[in-house]
Structures are given as C-alpha cells and as structure tokens.
Design a protein around this ligand. Sequence first.
Ligand SMILES: Nc1ncnc2c1ncn2[C@@H]1O[C@H](COP(=O)(O)OP(=O)(O)OP(=O)(O)O)[C@@H](O)[C@H]1O
Ligand SMILES: O=C(O)C1=C[C@@H](O)[C@@H](O)[C@H](O)C1
Ligand SMILES: [Mg+2]
Length: 175
Amino acid sequence: MAPQAVVVGPPGAGKTTIGRLLAQRLDVSFRDTDDDIVRTAGRAIADIFANDGEPAFRAMEEEAVATALREHDGVLALGGGAVLSERTRERLAGHPVVFLSVGLAEGARRVGLSTARPLLAGVNPRATFRALLEARLPIYRSVASVEVATDGLGPAEVVERVVAALTADSARPSS
Ligand SMILES: Nc1ncnc2c1ncn2[C@@H]1O[C@H](COP(=O)(O)OP(=O)(O)OP(=O)(O)O)[C@@H](O)[C@H]1O
Ligand SMILES: O=C(O)C1=C[C@@H](O)[C@@H](O)[C@H](O)C1
Ligand SMILES: [Mg+2]
C-alpha cells in the first residue's frame, strides 16, 4: 500500500485544501499528518509546540508520516515542516510527491500569519515566513516529483495542474 500522491509545501501553499480536492478528484481518501498528530496527542499543534517544544513535535511528526506512508493509499498531505527530517526525506523516495509552492505575499495573505501556526507567531511573522520559504525551497524541491506554483490560481485550477503534472510524471520512463 502506498499513497497515490504526497503533498508537501510551506504553510499556506494549500496542502490541506488542494490535497482534499485532489483526493475527491481521484476518488480516493484524504489524510493529513497534522490531523493524525492532533488526534494521537489529543492536543492542538500550537499546544504541543508551546508545552513540549518543536523537537518533540518533530519527533511525533516523523512517526506520524512513517505510519501514514505505510497505511494510506489515497492522497496524503504532510505538515509544512515534515521534510526537515532526513529520515522522512529518505522515506519519501519513490513516492509521487507534489510540491505546492507559494510566494511570500500570497502565502502571508493565505495564512493570515495567525497564532494557530506557532512557527509564524513571533514578533515579525512576515520576516519569519520569508526566511522559512527561502530555507525550505531547496528541501521541498529535493523530495518533489512535480512542482506546481499556486500564486494567482484558485484551488480548482491548482488541482487540474497537479493532475496534469502527475500524469506527465508517471508517463516518463523511470531512470
Ligand atoms: N489556491 C488557493 N487559492 C486561494 N486560497 C487558497 C488556495 N489554497 C489554499 N488557500 C487558502 O489558504 C489557506 C491555507 O490553506 P491550507 O490550510 O490548505 O494550507 P496548508 O498548506 O495546509 O498549511 P499548513 O502547513 O499550515 O497546514 C486556507 O484558508 C485556504 O482556503
Ligand atoms: O511549516 C511548519 O513547520 C508547520 C506547518 C504546519 O503544517 C504544522 O505541522 C506546524 O504548524 C508546523
Ligand atoms: Mg494543512
């Protein structure tokens, strides 16, 4: 069993929104590792960050991603920082990974830079978001089979581009 698509990208890229629509489009189920963590821990992500710290959250996340990659055969959305784990990056090899990218302005607008996203809740959330996008771009690219830029596109159009990109990718002879 393996996911038909694994969706990665920064906060606000639309992993949850697009992942859910993509699953509908492919007529498969949707799973999001952020939801898995909340369910398993019985607490909100912001609460885990605040009380246990980011390293503890990342450890839970690594476990949640490994489990979901084993168990789920539909569309799987990962948390925005899941790819920071080298073991997770290794585990993603061979899976169809969709990188949804977004620029600073539109990403900031979409996330609203609210306290629900603990990494962006500091004194200068915009600068933090900019640094996060820059630092992570090569990491998302290193795990991605396909990349779809979402700026200026509504969810339905993004889903169509993802389907087209995955179809083209799966038709390519594997090396
Ligand atoms: N293509 C899009 N066009 C317009 N709005 C969008 C688009 N994609 C997502 N959004 C909106 O942006 C917000 C963030 O989207 P979403 O929660 O899906 O992002 P995410 O990548 O899952 O973020 P996180 O890493 O925090 O889980 C939501 O309000 C969603 O409705
Ligand atoms: O980009 C990140 O590091 C995060 C994104 C969210 O999906 C959550 O997993 C959490 O808020 C951390
Ligand atoms: Mg999400």
